[in-house]
Design a protein around this ligand. Structure first.
Ligand code: DGY
Length: 325
């Protein structure tokens, strides 16, 4: 009998095909997120679960799944998973780093350019039929080339953004808890958070979400930014206090923002929708076909490795394999 695998969301057919060769697969064809109760019910007899970033993996789910040995998330972020609880129960967790780095860095730059140069704002105005003449001061934005880029969280994606910034002759500063390996070679210098906020013409948020980074950008931090600055969040909702950001934009305390992630997404703080100088996208940072397929296949390959008795490719808690069950 094949081991049972639950796939919580609709995924590429080639992924189902590869996994079905080894697992007895139950997958969510409707593509509506299941309630926690439904997820627990369906997962209760499973050996493995294939989740996405919007699925919460908590102790209630783990307790409901006594046969569970592995969770594969089709995301690089894993703040939706109680990793310590998984490790304590000997449940291996894998994520999908690297395969989405370049696509996500591209999206960071897309949002930066669009927000700083007021692309969405001016397009909405044009589509509303308001353009009746050219004018010297129409939709003046901020220079991206030659400006100072602040990166909060200089990891894989932050470094990929810093590489792109070199092509725009930008000065790059970053804030991390420790020196980022490779940052000096990219010409990026480490500064404190307050220095980052005060010096950046454009601030890019690329750090993982945790209780320590919850609302790391709030009213005080927004107040330290330049009034001409752009804020871009391609990391996770909750890193920015969305209400404080909406208020800062409305009061022109910063110039613009580009957001791909939100607190409580897919619900949005209505105040963000009212800010004119903001570009909003629906969590599509890694959304190119090659990147999303790469993520989906990497999650599958981790599951297949487990069944083949091979080491996982991208484990988050390899020590779980040694936890007595
Ligand atoms: C990730 O991989 O963490 C992206 O945000 C997609 O969920």
């Amino acid at each position: 009998m094949k081991p049972k695998l639950l796939i919580t969301r609709k995924v590429f057919p080639e992924v189902i095909e590869a996994l079905s060769a080894v697992f007895d697969v139950d997958h969510n064809l409707a593509d509506d997120a299941w309630t926690p109760e439904e997820l627990r019910r369906r997962a209760s007899a499973c050996r493995a679960i294939y989740v996405v970033a919007s699925d919460r993996v908590d102790t209630a789910l783990l307790d409901a799944c006594p046969a569970l040995v592995m969770i594969a998330t089709g995301s690089v972020g894993y703040n939706h998973i109680d990793l310590a609880a998984c490790t304590a129960r000997g449940v291996l967790v894998t994520n999908t780093p690297d395969v989405l780095t370049e696509a996500t860095a591209d999206m960071g730059f897309a949002l930066l350019m669009a927000a700083a140069r007021r692309v969405s704002e001016s397009e909405r105005w044009l589509r509303a039929g308001q353009w009746d003449r050219w004018a010297w001061d129409q939709f003046l934005g901020a220079d991206v080339h030659g400006s100072t880029l602040g990166v909060l969280g200089m990891g894989r994606i932050g470094s990929a953004i810093a590489r792109r910034a070199a092509g725009f002759s930008m000065r790059v500063i970053y804030c991390n808890r420790s020196e980022a390996p490779g940052a000096a070679a990219l010409g990026a210098s480490r500064v404190t958070l307050d220095e980052l906020l005060a010096q950046a013409d454009h601030l890019m948020l690329v750090l993982p979400y945790s209780t320590a980074t919850h609302h790391i950008i709030g009213e005080r931090e927004l107040g330290l930014m330049k009034p001409t600055a752009t804020l871009v969040n391609i990391a996770r909702g909750g890193i920015v206090d969305d209400a404080a950001l909406a208020a800062a934009l409305a009061a022109h305390r910063i110039a613009a923002a580009g957001l791909d992630v939100f607190e409580n997404e897919p619900a949005l703080n209505p105040a963000l929708l009212k800010a004119p100088n903001i570009v909003l996208t629906p969590h599509i940072g890694s959304g190119t076909r090659s990147s999303r397929l790469g993520m989906a296949m990497l999650a599958a390959r981790n599951l297949l490795a487990l069944e083949a008795g091979e080491p996982p490719l991208t484990p988050l808690n390899a020590q779980a394999l040694k936890t007595p069950r």
